[in-house]
Unconditional design. Structure first.
Length: 182
């Protein structure tokens, strides 16, 4: 699984060092998360997905970001407490960092380059944001919180899903199961 994605240094929410290389051979769902977003309840579905498929080599990796509407203003400690108390999150959470724009973390730069377009109702989501007076990003940038990148056991980006695609969406679940079957 040695590739550019796996070599990018990452930090966990607790400050410990990590990288995708330490998750080698697993199917990963990388999600930029936020605790004050209309999509925040997706944490519950992500935790369910993680628990249901972990024994088959699946992990959810959460990357808090404050890029969209300042919806993740908390410190690392506040984020960890919120996720544990409100959603029982047990999947790995990483240090808060940008996922869009010129200061985006290297992992998200590599992910968006590897898979520039997303599946799911991205255009409808953009229109909804415009209705709220916001200017949505355009591909390849991450559109909003809870966008999902599926990484296969080989370490390559297998799929990318729009923020409105919920963790129990049949298309997302089928894509995860297909990767787990490889």
């Amino acid at each position: 699984m040695a590739n550019a994605l796996t070599e990018i240094p990452l930090n966990r929410l607790d400050g410990s060092a990590d990288s995708l290389a330490s998750h080698a051979g697993k199917v990963l769902l990388i999600v930029n998360v936020a605790s004050k977003c209309g999509l925040t309840p997706q944490y519950e579905g992500l935790e369910t997905l993680y628990k249901d498929k972990a024994d088959r080599g699946f992990e959810v990796l959460g990357f808090p970001a404050n890029d969209f509407g300042a919806q993740e203003p908390g410190t690392h400690e506040e984020i960890a407490e919120f996720c544990k108390l409100n959603y029982g999150v047990s999947f790995p959470l990483f240090a808060k960092a940008d996922v869009t724009g010129p200061a985006k973390q290297p992992l998200y730069a590599a992910l968006t380059q590897a898979m520039p377009a997303k599946q799911g109702p991205a255009e409808e989501f953009r229109e909804k944001l415009k209705g709220y007076g916001m200017t949505p990003t355009q591909d390849p940038e991450v559109l909003w919180n809870f966008e999902k990148f599926l990484i296969g056991r080989d370490g390559a980006v297998a799929a990318r899903f729009a923020p409105g695609v919920t963790p129990d969406d049949p298309e997302l679940v089928a894509a995860i199961d297909a990767e787990l079957a490889k």
